[in-house]
Design a protein around this ligand. Structure first.
Ligand code: BJ8
Length: 431
């Protein structure tokens, strides 16, 4: 199947107004369009409702940025984050936009390596490089960014990033005792105060209640999509599902949830008609581990090019983002913030110790998704995921689950080697 011509739209005047390196960024825009055409539009049997998400990518540097700038002009906060621990409900309660700034592209890494050490996580380097090189309109548009203390690479990079953009840091506890919950609740209060300062008004309980419903609805729509992927044949490719999970960090949440639900309506019909993107019985793989930020499609692309279908992402750009909801029935700001804290304390990131919940969660998602094997994905130099991988592997061995662990970065250099390992793994899955 040949790739369809696809355009990622440009707005050089708007980018110049954001003090971007326009010439360089324009090349990146064209490269994204090319990659999207070959990896996405060349897939066969895609659901029709993916058209919205294709359009979203087409306007990702243009119409969505314009929408964000409108919000900013109205005096509402536009906040950049790097972790699902930062409670976006609070930004939405202030009428603002919360946008994920994790970097998933190798293009910005040389900018970062001019100052940061080379041997740190590519996600951190890519994100920092986007700001240092002035090649990300989202980074240029935010009022401030809110980092966190999940891992050493992030924690120490915020000190350097603060020279380029106002950077605040939320302390994330590393354990889940009562005193850790109290610490985090206090951090949530600080975050709220920072958001209120930019918007110039206090967040009321009704605002927060409405925002909790909005983000819960977004997470519910993603849960629904995730459940539908359990069908065999799978009604949607893993690549498309991953794309939607990535767009969840950029799009306006009410519209996004509506579009995911429309897609799910179509997927329900496909499941009934047994229409799949791959033949029934194609090897089904679940991916677990570190997040894959836009446009990191490397491993999904390799898996699906080799004939597998990816049916689940146990990741922050995946189930860790949407599996838990906030209790909508608490009255009063303080009790709502406590409900929010309770939900966020369930996130099972490997920066926590102990983190037994994640081992159970991986096995649960394996069963729920109808997967036949698990690929554990660690970004290079992510110590917590790389070490926690030992326990995931042991649990898979115990359960007799076909398993492959890979550690990689964003460069194409190891693609050949990964392809060989993935093909061998898929033979094991199909046995
Ligand atoms: S809650 S996974 S989004 S920290 S992969 S930058 S941990 S060295 S991304 Fe993450 Fe929050 Fe955890 Fe999720 Fe560091 Fe590891 Fe890189 Fe990571």
């Amino acid at each position: 199947m040949t790739a369809t011509r696809f355009e990622v739209k440009a707005d050089p005047a708007m980018w110049a107004g954001l003090d971007m390196d326009v010439a360089r960024f324009d090349k990146a825009r064209q490269m994204l369009a090319e990659a999207y055409s070959t990896m996405y539009l060349a897939q066969s049997g895609r659901p029709e409702k993916m058209a919205y998400f294709d359009n979203m990518i087409s306007g990702i540097f243009e119409s969505r940025i314009r929408e964000m700038l409108e919000v900013k002009k109205a005096g509402k906060p536009v906040v950049g984050t790097f972790c699902v621990y930062i409670p976006e409900e609070i930004v939405v309660a202030a009428g603002g936009v919360c946008v994920g700034l994790c970097g998933g592209s190798p293009g910005s890494i040389p900018d970062a390596e001019k100052i940061l050490p080379r041997n740190i996580c590519p996600m951190v380097k890519s994100a920092y490089g986007f700001k240092a090189g002035r090649i990300c309109p989202y980074f240029q548009a935010v009022d401030f960014v809110y980092g966190e203390t999940t891992c050493d690479a992030k924690k120490k990079t915020w000190e350097i990033l603060d020279r380029l953009v106002p950077t605040y840091v939320m302390e994330i506890p590393q354990m889940k005792r009562e005193r850790d919950r109290t610490l985090w609740l206090n951090e949530v209060h600080d975050f709220k105060a920072q958001v209120e300062e930019v918007s110039g008004r206090a967040i009321a309980a009704e605002d927060l209640a409405a925002a909790i419903r909005v983000i819960n609805d977004k997470r519910r729509a993603l849960q629904r999509l995730s459940r539908l992927r359990a069908a065999d044949p799978a009604p949607i490719s893993g690549k498309d599902a991953l794309l939607i999970e990535q767009i969840a960090f950029y799009d306006e949440p009410v519209r996004f949830a509506a579009k995911v639900n429309e897609l799910c309506d179509e997927l329900e019909q496909r499941v009934r008609a047994k229409t799949g993107v791959a033949a029934q019985g194609a090897p089904r793989v679940m991916v677990a581990g570190t997040p894959m930020a836009l446009p990191n499609w490397k491993v999904h692309n390799l898996l699906e090019a080799a004939g597998a279908v990816v049916v689940n992402e146990e990741s922050c750009i995946g189930s860790r983002y949407f599996k838990d909801l906030i209790d909508e029935n608490r009255a009063g700001l303080e009790r709502q913030l406590e409900a929010l804290t309770d939900r966020y304390m369930q996130i099972d990131c490997s920066c926590f110790t102990p983190n037994d919940e994640r081992i159970d969660q991986v096995l649960q998602e394996y069963r729920d998704s109808g997967a036949q094997g698990i690929l554990h994905y660690s970004l290079q130099f992510c110590h917590t995921y790389n070490i926690e991988e030992i326990r995931i592997r042991e649990a898979c061995e115990k359960e007799g689950i076909p398993y492959l662990s890979i550690e990689t970065d964003y460069s194409p250099e190891d693609v050949g080697q990964l392809q060989t390992r993935i093909e061998a793994f898929l033979e094991q899955v199909s046995d």
